[in-house]
Design a protein around this ligand. Structure first.
Ligand SMILES: Cc1cc2nc3c(=O)[nH]c(=O)nc-3n(C[C@H](O)[C@H](O)[C@H](O)COP(=O)(O)OP(=O)(O)OC[C@H]3O[C@@H](n4cnc5c(N)ncnc54)[C@H](O)[C@@H]3O)c2cc1C
Length: 481
């Protein structure tokens, strides 16, 4: 059987796989990015706190600590290139008791050893002047101006779209089911196709162990640590203006209060080991824990403010560090155990992996032309009235509002579909339709209709997030013999 052959196959299109694909696109390398979900970024990369950590959270002795700061420094330029939501709002880690003060010293030490600029100790007065809604019980804090917030799904879409525009083949709805070693590389079996690649990167997140086992490697144990997050009503915008961290423990940064890029306040996450790597359920116990911990930092937060909740699962290895590099199987690389701060570190992980591929014999000839640019997503809510009017004159779809809470128009839904949205969640993450107070009560059916019309499929084929997550059933069809 004839196989499509590549230099590099990346298994898993989370933020790590997308960042590696984008980095490889700078070179004349035939790359395929393979994702089992309906769209890129639909694993842990869409379900996190959306923070680009300041660079001082983890120590320089760990790989994740070194890549945290290296990655942090690269996100600004990527945002300029790709136009996703990103803002350096800064982060404040606060001690609520004298006993926690050594933790602040440790963060200052991390900043000094890694050369993170601007990280300072703040006293209680300065903290409360900057963030008056914090608990008056705050003792002291560490301020990091390098901390940023990001729309992580937009980043995945942007990285993958730019990589695709540069020639990377992006396959979604394509689980890798078997890996077979060839004389010079690997054969990858998927339900649709058989591919081959000289190098395979295992960037499968919480499923990295499964993918290693497909290649016959006994591998390592990837455990799953779930984190629940809770989104608050937009009317609380401005309650805090910086990311507020409690003093971290050895395995968790604790429950944070996060001013997200789009203005909603988010609180979370929890950190709980679970048996099922796909367990993204939220629980009343989790909600209680998050609310109690968030209230310790910002007492004004109430459970009545919660408008949405979700959970993501961190991929954790026994040594609590990233595992990046060649395996004992020639040509197969691990990019595994990418727990927090994996989002922050992703661009640096990509650079490291590309260097490792070069060291293993991949020829890296730069492209002849610059990387193609991709248009940033259309966002009517960010336009002035005059700009919106001009847009609506040129495209009447921009005058039709689909999502009232977030002011999303038919023009944006169309733009998102043109750029690859295939599911209701894909539209939501690209446009914010359904992310407001009514959580899609008004716009879901409108979005589904537009998806069905533009993709020329029946409404019954539209799914929430791919697979069997259909939203409507044709009872008439069901009742036919
Ligand atoms: C609650 C929570 C909060 C977090 N907050 C932050 C934060 O604020 N800042 C930060 O830096 N980090 C944070 N993290 C960590 C960060 O989200 C992860 O490190 C990062 O998203 C991991 O990316 P990834 O690409 O390795 O994994 P994923 O995004 O999970 O991507 C792996 C992909 O592989 C695919 N896949 C699996 N098996 C196969 C197969 N056989 N074939 C094809 N595809 C396959 C999956 O579908 C998935 O899309 C948080 C994590 C959680 C859970």
């Amino acid at each position: 059987m004839e196989r499509t052959s590549y230099d590099v196959a990346i298994v898993g299109a989370g933020v790590v796989g997308c960042a590696v694909a984008h980095e490889l696109a700078r070179y004349q390398v035939r790359t395929v990015l393979i994702e089992r979900a309906a769209e890129v970024g639909f694993g842990t990369s869409k379900a996190n706190s959306g923070i680009i950590h300041g660079g001082h959270q983890a120590g320089a002795a760990t790989l994740k600590g070194r890549l945290e700061w290296a990655g942090n420094q690269r996100w600004g330029a990527l945002c300029d290139e790709l136009g996703f939501g990103f803002a350096r709002v800064g982060g404040l880690t606060v001690a609520l008791a004298e006993e926690e003060l050594p933790v602040l010293d440790r963060l200052l030490h991390h900043a000094a050893e890694k050369g993170v600029p601007g990280v300072q100790r703040w006293d209680r007065r300065r903290i409360l002047a900057a963030e008056p809604n914090l608990t008056p019980g705050v003792v002291a804090g560490v301020w990091a101006p390098t901390t940023a917030v990001i729309n992580p799904y937009e980043a995945c879409f942007g990285l993958a779209a730019a990589a695709a525009a540069a020639g990377v083949v992006v396959l979604t709805d394509t689980p890798v089911m078997q890996l077979r070693q060839l004389t010079d590389g690997w054969q990858l079996d998927t339900p649709h196709d058989t591919l081959s690649a000289r190098f395979v990167l295992n960037a499968a997140g919480v499923h990295a162990t499964d993918v290693a086992q497909l290649a016959g490697l006994p591998g390592y144990r990837t455990r799953a640590r779930k984190g629940e997050e809770y989104l608050l009503d937009k009317r609380l915008q401005g309650l805090v203006t910086r990311v507020i961290y409690p003093c971290p423990s050895a395995t968790s940064k604790g429950t944070l209060v996060i001013p997200t890029y789009d203005g909603t306040i988010m609180i979370g996450p929890t950190a709980e080991m679970v048996d099922d790597p796909d367990d993204t359920s939220t629980t009343s116990a989790g909600a209680e824990r998050v609310l109690a911990a968030a209230r310790r930092l910002v007492p004004g937060i109430s459970e009545r403010d919660v408008i949405a909740e979700f959970a993501g699962v961190r991929a954790v290895l026994d040594d609590e560090d990233f595992r990046i590099g060649p395996t004992e199987a020639p040509g197969l690389f691990d990019v595994a155990g990418i727990q927090s701060p994996g989002l922050t570190a992703a661009p640096a992980i990509a650079e490291l992996v590309v260097h490792q591929l070069r060291d293993a014999g991949l020829e890296l000839r730069p492209r002849h032309d610059p990387l193609p640019t991709v248009a940033p997503p259309l966002r009517t809510a960010r336009l002035s009235v005059l700009e919106h009017r001009r847009l609506a004159d040129a495209d009447p779809r921009a005058a039709h509002v689909v999502c009232r809470c977030e002011l999303v128009t038919e023009a944006e839904i169309h733009d998102a579909i043109v750029h690859g949205a295939r599911t209701l969640d894909g539209l939501k993450f690209r446009t914010r339709a359904g992310m407001g107070r009514c959580q899609g009560g008004f716009c879901s059916t409108r979005c589904m209709e537009q998806l069905a019309n533009e993709l020329q499929v029946p409404m019954t084929a539209v799914t929430k997030r791919g697979g069997a997550s259909w939203l409507v059933v044709d009872r008439h069809e069901e009742s036919q013999p």
